[in-house]
Design a protein. Structure first.
Length: 320
């Protein structure tokens, strides 16, 4: 005899519970990730190639909403300045308030406070700028350059302005963290490590990677949980051995008698009004019918055992 077996109903209930929990957790992660991302990030379309090859023309980017005071050197920012344009623009921060930004040194590199900056993200292979310039950034201002230094209209073109081509920190709307469209450009922007050794360092990445992981994990749990329930129910109903009593009962229901119980079919009852010994069918197994006697033992008529009420008649005949 085997131990207790789990029924298909048990598998069905377990599958439903696991499926429901997975779908519920997936919805929390999926919707929570989207809600978190919608609060922190905003999509932008880049209309020019001034940030190529980092960001190409017509690319869609995700930018984290940040305060201008949180911006560091090397950040790619979205800003709006009335002197530059009424439209949002995308440039890279290369200098903050108090910095002296110049180009170029003997190796053709940009310098900030006399320190040469390695810029592997630049489009050009030669000097960091085709034009020579030098500027001191006013307090609470940012000096901005495009990565495509040959075509970008940036702080170099506004050096004659009263702020040495810089824009206020308050003009910053967001910090670009990733390109999302087209798919060929999909990915996180690399951090500008060339500014690491300057005071303040570089900005830390936002939670975009975590948010993306939440959304992907949520989608996987929702799809997997929705599929697990039916699969578990189907597997639980297949290949489950039935007990002997169940098999016997089912066979007995088909054959007309319970199998394995040892009980014979009920004997056919004699119809009312018929004599018990009129046919031999009532004595098939050698048992005499009730009230009958075996042949050879029948008493002779008129021996005094006549029918009630007729005894006198029998005696007279025997006496004559």
């Amino acid at each position: 005899m085997g131990g207790p077996r789990r029924t298909s109903d048990g598998h069905s209930r377990r599958g439903s519970v696991v499926s429901g929990l997975a779908v519920a957790l997936g919805c929390v992660l999926f919707l929570g990730g989207f809600a978190w991302g919608a609060v922190l990030y905003e999509p932008y379309a880049v209309p020019t190639d001034s940030m190529a090859p980092t960001i190409a023309r017509d690319d869609r980017v995700l930018a984290e909403r940040v305060d201008g005071d949180d911006v560091r050197r090397g950040d790619v920012v979205v800003f709006r300045d009335q002197v530059w344009s009424d439209l949002p623009m995308v440039k890279r921060v290369v200098g903050v308030g108090g910095d002296k930004v110049a180009c170029c040194d003997k190796q053709g590199r940009l310098t900030v406070n006399g320190k040469a900056i390695d810029e592997p993200y630049l489009e050009r292979q030669g000097p960091a700028s085709p034009t020579v310039f030098s500027a001191t950034v006013p307090r609470d201002q940012l000096f901005l350059l495009g990565d495509n230094r040959d075509t970008s209209v940036d702080s170099r073109g506004h050096l004659a302005d009263g702020d040495q081509g810089a824009v206020p920190r308050t003009a910053v709307q967001a910090r670009v963290e990733a390109a999302v469209w087209p798919l060929g450009s999909l990915g996180m922007l690399e951090q500008a490590s060339g500014f690491d050794e300057l005071p303040g360092g570089v900005s830390q990445r936002g939670p975009l990677s975590l948010i993306t992981g939440m959304v992907v994990a949520g989608a996987v749990l929702i799809l997997g949980g929705a599929a697990y329930g039916p699969i578990a129910n189907r597997r639980g109903g297949k290949g489950k051995p039935r007990s002997g009593a169940t098999r016997g009962t089912e066979h007995g229901a088909r054959s007309g008698a319970p199998r394995g119980t040892g009980a014979a079919p009920p004997t056919q009852r004699t119809p009312p009004g018929r004599g018990a010994g009129t046919r031999a069918s009532g004595t098939e197994h050698g048992a005499a019918a009730p009230g009958a006697q075996a042949p050879g033992n029948r008493p002779a008529r008129g021996d005094g055992a006549g029918r009630p009420g007729r005894g006198g008649e029998g005696t007279a005949k025997n006496g004559g």
